[in-house]
Design a protein around this ligand. Structure first.
Ligand SMILES: NC(=O)c1ccc[n+]([C@@H]2O[C@H](COP(=O)([O-])OP(=O)(O)OC[C@H]3O[C@@H](n4cnc5c(N)ncnc54)[C@H](OP(=O)(O)O)[C@@H]3O)[C@@H](O)[C@H]2O)c1
Length: 446
């Protein structure tokens, strides 16, 4: 029997959440028991050595947990990319779009990222955690960020007539590198129609709030919270991707006619429509995204477990558990995801009546005390759960002050949602201006 192959690309797969996503993709995919389908995980790391180590881990997991008859349904494809180098990002995109073996990519999981913290404000960390362990480990206000960190020079200065501008390091690693990658991969992401559209899945965080993002500082070079800034911008872009007002910019971003496509000889592929875009957060996961001394790391691990045991639904702790939202989005059809969004939307009420909301949902991995995970809609500051601007009749987290809600969170009003969308329009505009400027420089320097 010939198998149809699903291709999922995961960035930053050698450790932490990215490795958890790959391991869980294997299990969730094989549990579907559809012999007619196979899954190819294209995963990126920053070196050949890390790619080989990851391959061994994935193969060992497959052998240990799945019968040999299933193994032919799984393949792994290691790739390398450094997301803070646009040349490296373009090289990977070029390799993939030129590949005659790759008919389409079904999902890209934009996972790789850096926190960029230099440490913790210990006084605040201890007092905050003692005062409210559950919430202050989920929404910490004691991490110390770096201000003004930039990537290495993107291009040799002598190849360009104008000075090569700096790029914010966290902005590029967490967002812009992926943004460029996804744009250049469009020939592989436009091969489905609305029911089997490919998916761009952003890995955000539960933490970012409206005031983490300053529009005047798009790359987060002046803030001491560039991580949260990059994640808030990720939320804004993803949640406004489908809004009519952003389409003039989204249309260019999702065009398959990039300068890379124009200068490469590409295999013939159908061009049926733009991919879908989703955003998810993994909860709080203990990984190396924040670097801590061994003993502090153990104390941190214990505190996140304690937060879960006293009732925090977002303290997922282990990468495999936290990966649930990403694998669900990657392996579920766009139709089913939209149906789940409609169910989330049906919770909005006005005068006691359900109201339809046009907005997208930020999905998150929630967990019970016993470690059972589910994928749940998450509240976004100034957007709410679905951009309805209406109160919620019920919420899965248990009402106004339920455990899944940031303390002091305020229901988004219609005017907040309007401003969120307006901010989305400006953000898409700015991202497209930046993308085009960098594509031009890369073309000139080639
Ligand atoms: N941990 C959490 O609680 C948490 C919560 C919310 C969201 N997240 C998000 O989850 C994602 C994964 O984080 P994690 O916690 O798993 O962190 P992690 O353990 O540090 O893993 C990060 C991964 O990204 C890769 N990476 C970092 N910078 C890169 C670059 N410039 N180019 C290419 N790859 C790069 C790393 O490669 P190297 O090993 O080579 O450095 C590694 O594979 C991030 O987007 C993070 O913001 C994490």
């Amino acid at each position: 029997m010939s198998q149809s192959r699903i291709n999922v690309l995961v960035t930053g797969a050698n450790g932490g959440l990215g490795l958890g996503i790959c391991l869980r993709l294997i299990d969730d995919f094989l549990s579907r028991n559809d012999e007619a389908e196979s899954l190819n995980i294209i995963y990126t790391t920053r070196s050949v050595r890390k790619g080989s180590e990851t391959l061994r881990t994935l193969q060992a997991h497959l052998r240990k947990h799945h019968p040999i008859q299933q193994h032919s349904r799984m393949t792994f494809q290691p790739e390398n990319v450094e997301l803070t180098s646009l040349v490296s990002v373009r090289d990977l995109a070029h390799k993939l779009v030129s590949s005659t073996d790759l008919a389409r990519i079904d999902a890209v999981i934009c996972n790789a990222g850096i926190g960029g913290w230099t440490g913790l404000d210990w006084y605040k960390a201890v007092t905050h955690v003692l005062a409210d362990l559950m919430n202050n480990t989920v929404w910490p206000a004691y991490k110390l960020g770096t201000i003004g960190s930039v990537t290495k020079l993107q291009l040799p200065q002598e190849r360009l007539s104008e000075p090569v501008p700096p790029l914010g390091e966290l902005f590029c690693a967490n967002l812009f590198g992926h943004y460029m990658l996804v744009h250049w991969l469009m020939p592989l992401l436009r091969t489905g129609n609305s029911t089997n559209a490919s998916k761009i899945i952003w890995v955000s965080s539960i933490e970012p709030q409206a005031d983490h993002f300053q529009e005047s500082d798009m790359q987060g070079l002046q803030t001491d919270a560039p991580y949260e800034h990059s994640k808030r911008l990720t939320d804004i872009l993803s949640l406004t991707y489908n809004q009519p007002a952003t389409q003039q910019f989204v249309k260019d971003f999702t065009s398959s006619k990039s300068s890379l496509a124009a200068t490469s000889s590409l295999p013939q592929r159908a061009d049926l429509g733009a991919p879908a875009m989703h955003v998810y957060h993994p909860g709080i996961v203990v990984t190396s995204v924040i670097s801590l001394y061994w003993i502090i790391h153990q104390a941190y691990l214990l505190s996140i477990y304690l937060a879960r045991w006293i009732g925090s639904p977002w303290s997922t702790v282990e990468p495999y558990a936290a990966a649930h939202g990403a694998t669900w989005l990657a392996l579920t059809s766009e139709d089913e995801i939209q149906e789940a969004e409609v169910n989330a939307n049906a919770r909005s009420v006005e005068d006691g009546q359900p109201v339809a909301a046009q907005g997208r949902v930020k999905w998150g991995t929630a967990i019970t005390r016993g470690g059972k995970t589910t994928v749940r809609p998450t509240e976004v500051d100034k957007w709410g759960v679905n951009g309805s601007g209406h109160d919620y009749a019920t919420t899965w987290w248990g009402g106004a002050n339920g455990r899944g809600r940031k303390p002091g969170a305020i229901e988004a009003k219609s005017t907040d949602v309007e401003e969120f969308i307006a901010q989305g329009v400006r953000a898409w505009d700015n991202m497209e201006v930046l993308r085009k400027a960098w594509e031009k420089r890369l073309d000139q320097a080639a």
